[in-house]
Design a protein around this ligand. Structure first.
Ligand code: PGA
Length: 252
């Protein structure tokens, strides 16, 4: 896995109230403190409204904090949205952009995702850019084509390994308990790194972390995280309990 530090990222989606959020984030932060020099980096991405609660619960720990989305514009008349500068100001270092649920629920295109990622990067955040094929696309043999065009369309020019993480999340694996085989995951991750190299250069591509996401859990994490081009996980369901998420991280 070379010099890429494993990133174990929790995507809480639209779950948790403040008391649960405090307990979950605080519990994980405490485990990180006890573990000391862990060989992985841990990140939690709560709903925007809970970011201040979580920031407070993890303060003084090595736990990283991220948002699930940010607007592409700096500020202004965008009711209900959150600017990247506000995400940063609230204590985040990361911002997930382009999750398939946002691409579907909010009609986000590659162009939109790229603009959001660029705004995150410009505000000092590391953009976690999500891509992945649907089941129909995989069945039609288009997996590599789709992921290649999402890399080309969603990753801002001038991205670096320091301000960019890619999350490969097959849409059909999210929340379903199904995953591709480890060979299939490695094939796509190696392909993504090669496509990324065309865009940002081999050097940066070699340093960029590519996470796998989609039904990662304590039972399959070890095999997935052992793959040469898998540099961590973006975890939904299994990130909502201290013991599950910690067990995934410990597999790294
Ligand atoms: P899941 O979600 O782990 O519940 O499949 C992953 C994600 O959508 O980020």
């Amino acid at each position: 896995m070379s010099a890429r530090r494993t990133l174990i990222a929790g995507n809480w989606k639209m779950n948790m109230l403040s008391a649960d959020a405090k307990a979950l984030a605080g519990g994980l932060a405490e485990k990180l403190n006890v573990a000391g020099d862990a060989n992985f980096e841990m990140l939690v991405c709560p709903p925007a409204i809970l970011i201040p609660v979580v920031a407070d619960a993890i303060s003084g720990s090595a736990m990283q904090l991220g948002s699930q989305d940010n607007h592409m514009n700096e500020k202004g008349a965008h009711t209900g949205d959150t600017a990247a500068a506000q995400v940063k100001d609230a204590g985040c270092g990361y911002a997930i952009v382009g999750h398939s649920e946002r691409r579907t629920d909010h009609g986000e295109s590659d162009e939109t995702v790229k603009a959001k990622a660029a705004s995150a990067q410009a505000n000092g955040l590391t953009a976690v850019i999500c891509i992945g094929e649907t089941e129909a696309e995989r069945d039609a043999g288009k997996t590599l084509d789709v992921n290649g065009s999402q890399i080309a369309g969603s990753v801002p020019d001038g991205s670096t390994a320091a301000n960019t993480v890619i999350a490969y999340e097959p849409v059909w694996a999210i929340g379903t308990g199904r995953t591709p085989t480890t060979d299939e995951v490695q094939e796509v991750h190696a392909f993504i790194r090669a496509e990324l190299a065309k865009k940002i250069g081999q050097d940066e591509a070699d340093k960029t972390r590519i996470l796998y996401g989609g039904s990662m859990n304590p039972g399959n994490a070890k095999d997935l995280l052992a793959l040469a081009d898998v540099d961590g996980g973006l975890i939904g369901g299994a990130s909502l309990k201290v013991d599950d998420f910690w067990a995934v991280a410990e597999s790294a």
